[in-house]
Design a protein around this ligand. Sequence first.
Ligand code: AMP
Length: 367
Amino acid sequence: MNIGIVGGGQLARMLALAGLPLGMRFHFVDPNPACCAAPLGSLTVADYDDEQALGALAERCDVCTFDFENVPAQAMEKLSALGTVRPTPRALLISQDRLEEKNFFSGAGFSLPAYQAVDSLEDLRRAAEQVGLPAVLKTRRLGYDGKGQRVLRDVSDLEPAFEALGSMPLILEAFVAFRREVSLLAVRDAEGHVRFWPWAENVHQQGILFTSRSGPFTASRREVHVRGLVRQVLDGLEYVGVAAFEFFDTGEQWLLNEMAPRVHNSGHWTIEGAVTSQFENHLRAITGLPLGDTRAVGYSLMRNWVGELPDRDACLALPGLHWHDYDKTARPGRKLGHATLVAEDLETLAATAFQLEQQLRGKGFQV
Ligand code: AMP
């Protein structure tokens, strides 16, 4: 079976790593000839919306997907006229604009932080009064990993933040003093079967995911309620594949932050920490194979390597540590790889995490 992936980053790479044992072949479209998925399949070097490259991809592949939510949704819509594209480009369209996304999910019954659209400094002043400060000013489009955001703490922050971001449509949202950030990862197949992995608890640094931990946690009543909403949304969109939903847990509520219509960094722990990984289940869903078991096989802690990789060999000496190098050139703020610790119980996980932390601290890494 031939799988086309628009985007050749680490998510495409890990999809291919999961799909090769299932007998799948991979074809990527990416403007970067050195993109990190390239060694795992054939690569067409072209822009994500290059009509010729997408036409050839549709012709060659049984199904196409994407590894990046900023792939132009219109290009995916055109691609879906030529072949099967999963998940639906409509999910991309919703997730690419924070205002559309928030309107859609509040309409679907989710609780969200207060928000207002901002197109001028006047709007911002009015929005700040309605939403209150502190608040976060974000670009509506093309933001990821905390890019295109400013925290506003005081009225004097409004103008400089607007100056910094203001040439694009913006959104102001209330700053949430959350207890923790959690994500829910779901997979839906074309027949409407939906499965959830256990929630993951995420820690971000400078807007970039730093760690995710998960395990065989029992779903709380709140989570069961949120799962119900997620299921309805996925059914409504006739969504096929993996989707990730990020929430701020305030203690009283889970407020939706955003949805990613793809496999997600907070689900990397599933590679070794769940019976079936997010990557394998995404491929199973989009190719019509039966979905795999999403249960956790132990307690997991995933840690991203951002900007720099630590000493691989020293890390591998730790029990239960799994290493992932994305084969990317190091650059500040760039995700270069991750490691996942898996243990049978929380005590062992905490002990190994502590050892890893000591090792990293000694090398000047942020812990
Ligand atoms: P985003 O790109 O919207 O996912 O934001 C990246 C990270 O910035 C989030 O995971 C949070 O840690 C933080 N953040 C974003 N929006 C808010 C908010 N409204 N209140 C508090 N923290 C936020």
